[in-house]
Ligand binder design. Structure first.
Ligand code: ADP
Ligand code: NI
Length: 226
């Protein structure tokens, strides 16, 4: 990465750190930091990708997550655009980054929108790696606690036929989120680098769930039938 790019990235990472430092622990500056580092690692194996676009999208992807802003999906692209304009990012780079931010969320798979790019796939993989493994477990329970959810209810099975409306309005126990999202991610990775890291983190979650049920006192029927 050349000097002016480094300068831009440093400026923008400082701004994101300032804005997200005290956010919910699963979507705070440290989540962005981990996604940024994951993205740099994947980028080192993907020679074709535009590094500036990947790093800016990783830094700005959760600048205003709709679930913390009454479902408003327009705020994040607007904030990202302003931050990039202030940092004098070229319009064609900024437009690509904004497209990534608009399209990369897990819930957008049900939108039927088909926009993608190699750079988006890298940032999506980087974000999804932070949703699984030890950190993924911590993030799920942090979000569940933030929303006042219980851990597990054997009478509330995970939703099998998911839609965007069901996903965003769900108030299910936190364990359900493993079956509705987290355990699905390893097969949704785009890059070989992310896929191999995901395998290990996935195994850790499966072990964790087995231990969880053994300490809880029972395994819900729907677990064995997944
Ligand atoms: P994306 O980051 O692709 O938009 P989500 O907003 O669905 O995906 O989720 C981001 C993270 O927020 C999840 O990986 C998880 O840590 C947490 N989270 C979201 N929904 C739930 C939920 N229902 N229960 C527990 N954690 C959740
Ligand atoms: Ni994220």
């Amino acid at each position: 990465m050349n000097e002016p790019h480094n300068h831009t990235i440093n400026n923008i990472s400082d701004e994101v750190k300032r804005i997200l430092y005290s956010a919910e622990a699963g979507h705070d500056w440290w989540h962005v930091f981990r996604v940024w580092k994951n993205a740099q690692l994947i980028l080192s194996k993907e020679a074709e990708a535009n590094g500036l676009i990947v790093e800016l999208a990783a830094l700005l992807h959760d600048i205003a997550d709709p679930k913390f802003h009454d479902g408003d999906e327009s705020l994040a692209p607007k904030m990202a655009e302003n931050i990039m304009r202030k940092a004098r990012v070229l319009p064609e780079i900024s437009e690509h980054v904004i497209n990534i931010i608009k399209h990369m969320s897990f819930k957008n798979q049900w939108d039927g929108l088909s926009w993608t790019s190699l750079e988006m796939q890298i940032v999506q993989d980087a974000d999804r790696l932070d949703a699984i493994g030890a950190i993924g477990i911590a993030r799920a329970f942090t979000y569940g606690g933030y929303k006042g959810r219980i851990f597990l209810d054997p009478d509330v099975p995970p939703i099998r036929k998911m839609t965007k409306a069901l996903y965003t309005s769900s108030a299910s126990p936190t364990i359900n989120h493993f079956y509705e999202k987290l355990l699905l991610l390893k097969d949704m990775m785009h890059t070989d680098t992310a896929r191999s890291i995901a395998e290990e983190r996935h195994r850790f979650m499966v072990d964790y769930l087995n231990q969880f049920y053994s300490e809880f006192g029972f395994t819900p029927e729907w677990v064995t039938s997944q």
